[in-house]
Design a protein around this ligand. Structure first.
Ligand code: HEC
Length: 121
């Protein structure tokens, strides 16, 4: 590949990354809109208060409104997108006695959910 082509390719990659940032997703390939639908569809709001999600007034778990600004989640994990995906997919693997159930969320759906939850500041 010539240097010119390499530079052009880098610009395309940088532009694509810029698009994702503009869309607000912290996870490549994840969709904020799909994530919001999934959070509503899985009934996360029965246990969590989530501003912007209908009927999400639960008091069993901590409010997810503002979760993006928290430094620690579930009392023990650094708040990174990877850790949040891990937690949502299998809470008991992190905290065996937690009241949060394993809801069988797939990797892609968890990634979408986290992209959405990270918009909650
Ligand atoms: C039966 C109740 C229940 C349901 C349903 C539930 N959670 Fe939770 N969730 C909890 C509890 C309890 C905690 C606190 C766990 C801990 O700190 O050990 C928690 C913690 C969390 C955290 C960490 C928040 C923080 O600030 O510490 C996230 C993120 C989360 N849940 C997301 C979800 C998502 C997304 C769903 C839907 C797929 C969901 N939860 C469904 C009970 C629930």
């Amino acid at each position: 590949m010539t240097v010119d082509k390499r530079v052009a390719l880098m610009l395309i990659v940088a532009a694509a990354a810029g698009c994702r940032a503009a869309e607000g997703s912290v996870i490549p390939g994840a969709s904020v809109a799909r994530g919001k639908q999934s959070v509503a569809g899985f009934g996360c709001g029965t246990c969590h208060e989530i501003a912007g999600v209908r009927d999400a007034y639960g008091r069993v778990g901590p409010p997810l409104t503002g979760v993006a600004t928290r430094s620690i989640i579930a009392g023990e994990l650094a708040n990174t997108p990877e850790n949040m995906v891990r937690w949502i997919r299998d809470p008991q693997a992190v905290e065996p006695n937690t009241a949060m159930p394993n809801l069988g969320v797939t990797e892609q759906t968890a990634r979408d959910m986290v992209a959405y939850l990270y918009t909650l500041r």
